[in-house]
Design a protein around this ligand. Sequence first.
Ligand SMILES: Nc1ncnc2c1ncn2[C@@H]1O[C@H](COP(=O)(O)OP(=O)(O)OP(=O)(O)O)[C@@H](O)[C@H]1O
Ligand SMILES: O=c1[nH]c(=O)c2[nH+]cn([C@@H]3O[C@H](COP(=O)(O)O)[C@@H](O)[C@H]3O)c2[nH]1
Ligand SMILES: NC(=O)CC[C@H](N)C(=O)O
Ligand SMILES: [Mg+2]
Length: 523
Amino acid sequence: MTTDIHKHHERVLVIDFGSQVTQLIARRLRESGVYCEIHPFNNVDEDFLAEFGPAAVILSGGPASVHGEGTPRAPQRVFEIGVPVLGICYGEQTMVAQLGGSVEPAIEREFGRADIEIVAESPLFDGVGGVGHEERVWMSHGDRVNALPQGFHPIAATRHAPFAAIADEGRRFYGVQFHPEVMNTPRGAVILRNFTHRIAGLKGDWTMAAFKDEAIAKIRDQVGDGRVICGLSGGVDSSVAAVLIHEAIGDQLTCVFVDTGLMREGEAEQVVSLFREHYNIPLVAADEEDRFLTALAGVDDPEKKRKIIGGLFIDVFEEKAKAAGGADFLAQGTLYPDVIESVSFAGGPSVTIKSHHNVGGLPERMNMNLVEPLRELFKDEVRDLGRELGLPESFVGRHPFPGPGLAIRIPGAVTKDKADTLRHADRIYIEEIRNAGLYDSIWQAFCVLLPVQTVGVMGDTRTYDHVLALRAVTSVDGMTADYFPFDHDFLGRTATRIINAVRGVNRVVYDVTSKPPGTIEWE
Ligand SMILES: Nc1ncnc2c1ncn2[C@@H]1O[C@H](COP(=O)(O)OP(=O)(O)OP(=O)(O)O)[C@@H](O)[C@H]1O
Ligand SMILES: O=c1[nH]c(=O)c2[nH+]cn([C@@H]3O[C@H](COP(=O)(O)O)[C@@H](O)[C@H]3O)c2[nH]1
Ligand SMILES: NC(=O)CC[C@H](N)C(=O)O
Ligand SMILES: [Mg+2]
């Protein structure tokens, strides 16, 4: 259902018809200071609409065809509550069909870039252009509107889609065949902002400062005088969650940092000093290197490694919670993308690619309630909140780091020696990335120590050492990723430095695989 936070803000409801890019609608709105939530079309009924009380509604795109039988529709009530409605692609098509117009398979389908021509003045195109202006947009559709409902007129057209944008200015209903939410529609954000700010009259009251105060009040309310335990990894999400909760309830919070022996160089020290010394947050640092390495000895199957690590995390949390006198709540850094229920048209079970370690299994076994203060936020918003809370940039801007740590960057059996080698190489690689000013342009970068030895020659001697792979990707949410296009100078310089400095490595390669078909990590 809806969250409590929204009650204090102007809010937009995004009704999801299953488009691949629905999340981007929410991002664009949030970027302009508007709070919104995404809900699947089949969860939005009259009661829900009344409770949510949207100031405007956006209907997303989707894979179905409006003229197909039994395809999704927006709840008719959406058009009766007197708020502005914007239909995007499928959203435009279903709005047209539901209000008395019609949709047909297009003669020419349009995928990719297209130019629309504005054919009537409309507040939707304020600052974009007037009649006759051509604007670059991104299209992805096989159907098109061929007759408008009463009250509508076209405001933009393409050669193949005479109703590329439509408006009923009286009722404040708008439809666009293109996707304003994607970056490939350069002025899409302006168009969405026109809808929320000019047409719906929203002020944009969603700021991290406001969020912070409300979240603190909400945590106090939920936790009362209970005790909270929080797994702290030193990553962005758990760090921000911990600092926020600490502001709310102080010493009722205990953080547990597990040093798995599979962390990056200096990481354990940094986490402990930041949280103990700078924030004075009670932190149990559990040095469990031996335990993790012993449990992993000789295990080379990636899934087995992940399961062993996940299980040990739970054991350690359980022990530390008991030692701290028990806990009533478990804090997690769950983010909004983890929460959104996406609409699945494909059906059928999905396959497990990797068992991501998570502490989600913990509460049931330990009988604790969850505190998840970041559930409404995207990662970049979490970073903003971290800044708002005064977390140093060195934490806020960090690349994500997986819970299983270096274990999944050492294909084959993990040993302490290998972990040390990898740590050393990784430190140099990241240093080179920082020196080149590239750290913030890369979403995640790391080294992988391969279980392959090759022959080399160093100082006239034969070597027979390991191959190290460098990985760096760009991404928005880790779901898809592209390899980062380093220049050859950078790669050459970094390879030389690593081979000279790191014992046990005599060859360096760069991974140029995107995701899909690869994954970001190698295991
Ligand atoms: N070494 C660790 N010690 C304690 N808890 C951990 C550790 N590693 C992971 N966790 C727990 O698992 C959760 C999920 O890890 P995840 O890597 O997804 O998030 P994060 O580390 O907070 O942020 P980031 O995505 O930036 O790395 C963390 O929020 C934290 O609660
Ligand atoms: O907390 C985590 N526990 C895990 O078990 C785990 N496995 C992968 N990752 C991180 O998730 C993102 C996507 O990784 P993949 O493309 O390799 O699946 C990347 O950012 C990975 O680093 C994990 N994070
Ligand atoms: N991107 C969309 O929303 C596509 C809508 C519809 N499936 C079409 O092909 O026209
Ligand atoms: Mg992490």
